[in-house]
Design a protein around this ligand. Structure first.
Ligand SMILES: [Zn+2]
Length: 436
């Protein structure tokens, strides 16, 4: 591939080396950014030159926690029995949806979900997958669909006892199989997935613990303390907290992804800091499940990443809505752009072992471009406000130096086939759920 020079760009990388740079160029060689700035000499340059006509360039965004398996939930009928609390919400909705998935509907969820990610400028996805009746090979489908879209994917299967012992064994095996198969792939980061402490027995945690010791570079990815029910269950087993239970089973390391953490104690925070675990905060999901607002003190001490927990694929919207949820609940403000543009790239570096999520030399060339003709001046002092309240959807998306979307159209991807299949599979899935 010839070097590619993108010129006439306005770069916004809110926590990068260059926060705001007008009239700039980006040079890409193979998958990597080699130059960012003004004054690139075209003399003797033999690569391709592309005039980006003053578009805004931002780093491809990272979703630090989501569930692509829930893509076909959009618009599904309400549950037969109205859930009254968090656990009933899982039992009546999400655990029926995941058990309704087979190979065809799982594939359709991944395709439609990942296409929506690209359309929203999200190019790195940290996924937590569940399809308990279609386990073997499910992570291979996710890996292959992600590759066809050119996105970076962290994958794992939510192992859980909630569908019986043999199902748990199958799920754990799928995680281990994927870890062995994909650990050396530069665009795939396999993790060991656990659903949550309250759906895993001590015996299952013991088995997971034994397995993960063989893979020191691979951490767990688990929901923790999303609702008080998780903490109460751990306490009923004789542990002080969920985090303390995970520590007792030697499951925490600097590669661990801890999701939610709403009811964590000060001691839990210290345990996470001691092990260097990464917390991920999902404000719209927490609001939707009415489980509470993550304490500012937790955010300030642990620098969590930002995820959407399957609620959406647009991270700028998640940042904006997170800000508004805190305002509406009288919680101290949090800089959600810092979670998105600083903490998420920090997580991606850990998982993928390279610079992702910044527009800098030697970073992977994952870029999103916006046509933006602002109604007020856009400058170095106010661009954050434009990100939250002005920008809409990207016009173009590039990953690894290749355009995946151009002028809002996917490149070499049959969009209408994917949407048509997703609509057909969603109907089949909803019917399957109805009989569970
Ligand atoms: Zn989740």
């Amino acid at each position: 591939m010839k070097p590619l020079l993108l010129h006439n760009l306005n770069i916004i990388d809110p926590f990068g080396e260059r926060e705001f740079l007008e009239h700039a160029s980006i040079l890409i060689e193979h998958e990597t950014i080699k130059f960012v700035g003004r004054g690139f000499s075209h003399v003797g340059f033999e690569g391709q030159i592309l005039d980006m006509q003053g578009k805004i360039a931002m780093p491809g965004m990272i979703n630090a926690h989501t569930h692509l398996y829930s893509t076909l939930a959009l618009g599904m009928p309400p549950p037969k029995k109205s859930p009254k609390n968090f656990v009933e919400h899982l039992e009546e909705i999400w655990w029926k949806l995941d058990r309704g998935l087979d190979k065809a509907s799982t594939t359709a969820s991944f395709e439609a979900g990942l296409m929506d990610c690209i359309k929203n400028g999200t190019t790195t996805i940290i996924d937590h997958h569940a399809s308990p009746l279609f386990v073997d090979g499910s992570l291979d489908i996710l890996a292959s669909v992600a590759e066809s879209f050119g996105v970076n994917i962290s994958l794992c299967f939510e192992s859980s006892d909630r569908n019986g012992e043999s199902n748990f064994h199958e799920e754990l095996k799928e995680n281990i199989r994927a870890i062995k198969k994909y650990s050396s792939n530069p665009h795939i980061s396999p993790r060991l997935g656990l659903h949550a402490s309250f759906t895993l027995s001590d015996k299952s945690l013991e088995m997971i613990s034994k397995q993960i010791q063989e893979f020191p570079d691979c951490g767990i990815h688990i929901h923790v303390s999303e609702d008080l029910a998780d903490e109460k269950e751990a306490q009923a087993r004789g542990y002080r907290s969920v985090i303390q239970r995970l520590e007792d089973f030697h499951l925490l390391s600097n590669q661990s992804l801890i999701i939610h953490g709403i009811f964590m104690t000060r001691e839990d925070r210290h345990i996470l800091l001691r092990h260097g675990c990464k917390l991920v905060h999902n404000p719209t999901s927490n609001a939707n499940n009415q489980v509470g607002v993550l304490e500012t003190e937790i955010i300030e001490s642990l620098n969590p990443g930002l995820g959407t927990d399957g609620m959406q694929n647009n991270l700028l919207k998640e940042a904006k809505e997170g800000t508004l949820i805190r305002a509406a609940t009288d919680s101290p403000p949090v800089d959600y752009l810092e979670l998105l543009f600083k903490n998420n790239p920090d997580i991606a570096v850990k998982l993928f072992g390279k610079l992702i999520g910044h527009i800098e030399e030697e970073a992977q060339a994952d870029l999103v471009f916006y046509d933006y003709d602002p109604r007020t001046d856009l400058n170095a002092d106010n661009f954050r406000n434009h990100l939250m309240f002005g920008l809409n959807l990207p016009s173009d998306v590039m990953t690894r130096g290749i355009f995946r979307m151009r002028h809002r159209e996917m490149v070499d991807i049959d969009e209408s086939r994917i949407r048509e299949t997703a609509r057909k599979e969603s109907k089949r899935l909803w019917t399957a759920m109805n009989s569970l």
